[in-house]
Design a protein around this ligand. Structure first.
Ligand SMILES: Cc1cc2nc3c(=O)[nH]c(=O)nc-3n(C[C@H](O)[C@H](O)[C@H](O)COP(=O)(O)O)c2cc1C
Length: 329
């Protein structure tokens, strides 16, 4: 049904307009089908998750769909990336569909309403008394903030949002904010993580890394995360690589997500798990089916997230993953 709708209508629309229509659809479906499917519960970083499946950052940047995504089966929702100040992001078009690859390229550039707006929304939600999923808050720096001042942006976000988040994510891995990924070098990363830690209180901190990182940088980052007693890593963000894909939009600037990212996401997951037994790992990148979820968990992931799979497989994707409906597909 979703595939038919996708092929007949959604595929022909501008991807960002289709996303806006999708948001309306999610609100309606969540209201109609609010019986959540329970997966296998687990505890990670001291937090209880109802199932292993989470919505990855970037889908609900401003925290407007948290309950709806929960009702559609996601055990956790990572909101953001949020920056201290609201910013518009890059000019449109900035989102491209590579349907034959079940992939997307985006250069959104952290369009978001800012930390205060998100904090106010999360506060209302927390005080509503309604049942909520685990809420991760993914934080970043404003485009205008220099690399030297980056740590203060992460500190501001942590200060405003840590008490409202179940976990925080330091995002230094988006390819769409100039210079951001250079902050993955440990000399730049250390002050950012220390500043975040200082304001996070007891809220667990994860670090989200890029799939394009080389082995020596990866080893250094894992060592730093361990030394600073972070809870874990999110592996990984979108890639700037276009290896193995061709066709329309492939040369667009931005981060590639979806099916072509899966092999690299798995390789990186295995490398991080080999480097550390103690860090929690959230595996993200090209997850499509229940068997993908099982494979990631078997390879050492504690949780799994997805974004592009939701776009291509539709609103009941998370339920299907946690129920095992897509097994073998
Ligand atoms: C349109 C779009 C926007 C995204 N925005 C963010 C973001 O703001 N912060 C972030 O950490 N990751 C962001 N991501 C990356 C996803 O969270 C995820 O790491 C990546 O898409 C790989 O997972 P997937 O293959 O399941 O989509 C974005 C991805 C897409 C497709």
């Amino acid at each position: 049904m979703y595939r038919l709708l996708f092929n007949l209508i959604l595929k022909r629309l501008d991807p960002e307009f289709a996303h806006s229509l999708g948001v309306i659809g999610i609100r309606i479906l969540a209201a109609l089908f609010s019986r959540r499917i329970q997966g296998r519960a687990r505890e990670v970083a001291g937090i209880r998750f109802e199932n292993a499946i989470g919505m990855a950052a970037g889908f609900d940047k401003n925290g407007k769909l948290i309950r709806q995504l929960y009702q559609l089966g996601f055990g956790h929702v990572e909101v953001g990336t949020v920056t201290p100040l609201a910013q518009p992001g890059n000019p449109k078009p900035r989102l491209f569909r590579l349907a034959e690859h079940r992939a997307l390229i985006n250069r959104m550039g952290f369009n978001n309403e800012g930390a205060d707006a998100l904090a106010a929304r999360l506060e209302r939600l927390r005080y509503s008394g309604k049942k909520l999923p685990v809420i991760g808050v993914n934080i970043g720096k404003n485009k205008q903030t220099s690399a030297e001042m980056a740590a203060s942006d992460y500190a501001v976000c942590a200060k405003k949002l840590a008490s409202l988040a179940d976990y925080l994510v330091v995002n230094v891995s988006s390819p769409n904010t100039p210079g951001l990924r250079d902050l993955q070098q440990v000399t730049a990363l250390r002050p950012i993580l220390e500043a975040t830690k200082q304001h996070a209180g007891a809220t667990p901190i994860f670090l989200k890394i890029a799939p394009d990182m080389d082995n020596s940088d990866l080893e250094a980052v894992v060592a730093l995360a361990t030394e600073l007693e972070l809870s874990g890593l999110i592996v990984a963000n979108t890639t700037i690589s276009r290896e193995g894909i061709s066709g329309p939009h492939v040369q667009e600037t931005g981060g590639l997500s979806g099916a072509p990212l899966a092999p690299r996401a798995i390789e990186l997951l295995q490398k991080v798990r080999a480097l550390s037994q103690s860090l929690a790992i959230i595996s993200v990148g090209g997850v499509e089916s229940a068997s993908d979820v099982r494979a990631r968990l078997a390879a050492g992931a504690d949780l799994v997230q997805g974004y592009t799979g939701f776009v291509y497989h539709g609103p009941f994707w998370a339920r299907a993953l946690s129920r095992g409906d897509l097994q073998g597909s």
